[in-house]
Design a protein around this ligand. Structure first.
Ligand SMILES: [Zn+2]
Length: 192
């Protein structure tokens, strides 16, 4: 049974093994993890009410549900612009699921959890933490890399302006400028 290779039998559905495994991972996350009762209770335990500052709804609902990121400490409404602001994270990271042999350990790590294994984090911190885990670098390094990517997404002239503002002479090629941006952010330690 586990010798079966569905991506070979159905290449028009999953062109590679990694696409098949990604489908399995998504199924476990979307099925077992998304509405995991322990996770939902944890979220509830970390939820409190804050003053509603939205002029359109504050009269009807003077208080709204909110939470606090356990990494950066930001306090925010649970839902901002119709999107969840927070996510529940496995503190020790998710184990990998690269072949069917990993299924048991993957499911275990995802669902056999107590409150001590979980933390509530804002989406931004969650993305940084996931990147750090994937690349095997520290949270700070991953945070810096995200900032570098954010700056370098801009137009060439905006990147040059960013460097000039920080007293640097923009290099001629994009790769060099990226290094300069990283250097500027590292020494500046600023929020972007
Ligand atoms: Zn955060």
């Amino acid at each position: 049974m586990s010798d079966m290779e569905p991506w070979k039998e159905f290449p028009h559905i999953w062109s590679t093994k990694s696409k098949f495994m990604s489908w399995v991972r998504g199924g476990i996350r979307g099925g077992l993890w998304k509405k995991h009762p322990v996770k939902l209770q944890y979220m509830e335990s970390k939820t409190f009410k804050i003053e509603n500052t939205n002029p359109r709804s504050m009269k009807a609902h003077p208080l709204v549900k909110a939470s606090q990121c356990e990494i950066c400490g930001v306090v925010e409404k649970l839902v901002v612009n119709k999107k969840n602001y927070f996510e529940v994270d496995h503190i020790n990271g998710n184990s990998s699921l690269r072949s069917m042999d990993d299924v048991r350990s993957f499911i275990d790590s995802m669902i056999m959890v107590t409150f001590d294994d979980l933390q509530i984090v804002c989406k931004e911190c969650h993305a940084v933490k996931t990147l750090a885990e994937r690349k095997g670098v520290s949270f700070e390094e991953a945070f810096l890399e995200k900032q570098v990517i954010a700056v370098c997404k801009g137009s060439t002239s905006s990147i040059k302006a960013f460097l000039i503002e920080r007293g640097m002479e923009p290099a001629r090629n994009a790769e060099q400028r990226k290094k300069q941006v990283r250097e500027a952010l590292k020494t500046g330690g600023e929020d972007v």
